[in-house]
Write a protein that binds this ligand. Structure first.
Ligand SMILES: NC(=O)C1=CN([C@@H]2O[C@H](COP(=O)(O)OP(=O)(O)OC[C@H]3O[C@@H](n4cnc5c(N)ncnc54)[C@H](OP(=O)(O)O)[C@@H]3O)[C@@H](O)[C@H]2O)C=CC1
Ligand SMILES: O=C[C@H](O)[C@@H](O)[C@@H](O)[C@H](O)C(=O)O
Length: 308
């Protein structure tokens, strides 16, 4: 069993399935990453400086014994570092124990005060997130581009960028973002934004593909009906739906049996789901089930539909 890869706009390939690591506890994630790399065909790990567990992810990569060149590693620039991209990246590289990333993303299009009252989420006296309104995200992108030129990252992209925010960086971009990592699943398919991304050559990546922690998606009637029909688990249908649409998908688990099942089941669903099934799943949100699960309290408009 091998996991298909898809081509990015810089001609590099990315495995269509990766292992998510957000909210994976440091004491669990080392074993989870080592297991994924050693015992399953997964060769793609999605990390972030903001997750606070990169050192533990790095320990898992090292423990797996899988050569660095066989692994696709993504990490993300946190908001307090928008004006200091290389400094954030250097910490990430040291944490993960590597000298390059395959993919580096701007985590959110919101620069945060680098000199505020917290290193990750500084708050103002009124409790709102302390946004650095003086910083322009097109300059964050310039610094991201410089990291490609220096050879510290192979590919750059964005995350949580709507069309409105992409339009802020594209006019001056020398490198078009290769991906936009977004909340994508059957209840939040973002069809309109995906159409825009494809028109620009930007590949969508699906985060929270299972509906994140405590997900209601496993009990959705259409999802469970399809799972029963094809002898699959609901998680398989949720993953198969996205990869059938060629969307790079990042299920998270720290449970070995689930890490393995999300690969074998996701690929089984890819083989079994029919165009009519995909169409049905594509229509769930519009049938009244539209729902986002990841909505941090940013005090600025991100330009997304169905936010809040
Ligand atoms: N760019 C961004 O802003 C964001 C990026 N992400 C990325 O996407 C990844 C995935 O998203 P995430 O929000 O973590 O959520 P997911 O949709 O991947 O869901 C993870 C949850 O589902 C459980 N789970 C995993 N597999 C199964 C299964 N087969 N059956 C039942 N339950 C299962 C996990 O439990 P357990 O671990 O206990 O097995 C965990 O509670 C993140 O880890 C991160 O890497 C996520 C959110 C935002
Ligand atoms: O990648 C995961 C998410 O983006 C996560 O990093 C944010 O939602 C963060 O917890 C926040 O509160 O802003």
């Amino acid at each position: 069993m091998s996991i298909p890869s898809v081509k990015l706009n810089n001609d590099f390939f990315i495995p269509i399935l990766g292992l998510g690591t957000w909210q994976s506890k440091p004491e669990e994630v080392t074993a989870a990453v080592a297991y994924a790399l050693k015992e399953t065909p997964l060769r793609h790990i999605d990390c972030a400086f903001g997750y606070g567990n990169e050192k533990d992810v790095g320990a898992g990569i090292a423990a797996s014994g899988v050569p660095r060149s066989d692994i696709f590693i993504t990490s993300k620039l946190w908001g307090t570092w928008h004006s200091r991209v290389e400094e954030c990246l250097d910490q990430t590289l040291a944490n993960l124990g590597t000298d390059y990333l395959d993919l580096y993303l701007v985590h959110w299009p919101v620069p945060l005060n680098p000199n505020g009252n917290h290193p990750l989420i500084p708050l103002l006296p009124d409790g709102k997130r302390d946004v650095d309104h003086s910083w322009d995200i097109k300059d964050t992108w310039k610094q991201m581009e410089a990291m490609v030129k220096k050879g510290k990252v192979r590919t750059i992209g964005v995350s949580n960028f709507s069309e409105m925010n992409l339009e802020k960086i594209l006019p001056t971009a020398e490198i078009i973002p290769a991906v936009d990592q977004l909340e994508l699943h059957v209840y939040n398919p973002q069809h309109k934004l995906l159409k825009y991304l494809y028109s620009k050559g930007i590949r969508p990546q699906a985060y929270s593909p299972l509906g994140s922690t405590g997900s209601p998606l496993f009990k959705d009637e259409t999802v469970t009906e399809l799972a029963t029909k094809y002898g699959l688990q609901p998680a398989d249908v949720l993953i198969g739906y996205l990869i059938a649409k060629d969307i790079v998908t990042l299920p998270k688990s720290v449970t070995p049996s689930r890490i393995a099942a999300n690969v074998s089941g996701g690929l089984a669903a890819l083989a079994k789901l029919q165009p009519a099934d995909i169409e049905k799943l594509d229509g769930l949100a519009a049938s009244g089930k539209q729902k986002r699960f990841i909505m941090p309290p940013w005090p600025v408009d991100l330009g997304f539909e169905n936010w809040g």
